[in-house]
Write a protein that binds this ligand. Structure first.
Ligand SMILES: [Zn+2]
Length: 206
């Protein structure tokens, strides 16, 4: 945008190649969505009348166990289309198969900070860590610099202290950032206060 004035004044100063009638519209910087799970657009409205924990553990988690890379690609395609339609030009996402979401970011022209999710469940912590490191090293700075890759430990309740320290070290080594859920529900806040006496943010000081 070169200037912002009343159209009469603009026409005196500039000769435009193209005039857009933006009556009743607004010109503004793009919106930034700082927390998404874009491929989950496929689960929209599924069990969303349940409280957080039954929704996550009894409904979403079993459904996610059946997700394939192809599901993530098409879910990301739908979600990113909706972001662009609503004026979002950059988003920060954490999920599985993030290489697929990265492909859609590259194709679409949007900017994104993408994190491969890290979970310390069923002895899969090291597997998730390797995938997150590989994803970073493959996609950070790609799509003409539109993609930044962060590390995405899911939460304090699905990642233990040592795993979080290891994640922080990997992120620091690569001079990148962390994307995590903190105090997402009242239950998580209450559990943190009961078990640790605080909200455990201090764990990030290594
Ligand atoms: Zn989330």
């Amino acid at each position: 945008m070169a200037a912002f004035w009343q159209s009469v004044r603009c026409r005196k100063i500039f000769e435009a190649d193209k005039v857009i009638d933006a009556t009743d519209q607004i010109a503004m910087p793009g919106l930034v969505n700082t927390h998404t799970h874009i491929p989950m657009s496929l689960f929209r409205n599924y069990a969303d009348d349940l409280p957080f924990w039954p929704w996550l553990l009894e409904k979403i988690k079993p459904a996610e166990d059946h997700l394939s890379a192809e599901h993530v690609y098409w879910g990301a395609k739908l979600g990113i289309l909706e972001l662009i339609q609503s004026g979002v030009t950059c988003f920060s996402d954490m999920y599985f198969y993030m290489g697929e979401a990265a492909k859609v970011v590259e194709e679409s022209g949007i900017k994104a900070c993408l994190s491969g999710v890290l979970l310390e469940v069923s002895d899969l912590g090291p597997t998730f860590m390797k995938a997150a490191v590989d994803f970073h090293d493959s996609w950070h700075g790609k799509a003409g610099g539109r993609i930044k890759v962060f590390f995405g430990p899911h939460s304090m309740y699905l990642c233990g202290p040592e795993y979080l320290r290891e994640t922080t070290e990997e992120a620091l080594k690569r001079k990148t950032r962390i994307h995590i859920h903190l105090s997402e529900s009242r239950q998580e806040v209450a559990d943190s206060l009961e078990n640790m006496g605080n909200l455990r943010f201090s764990i990030w000081r290594i």
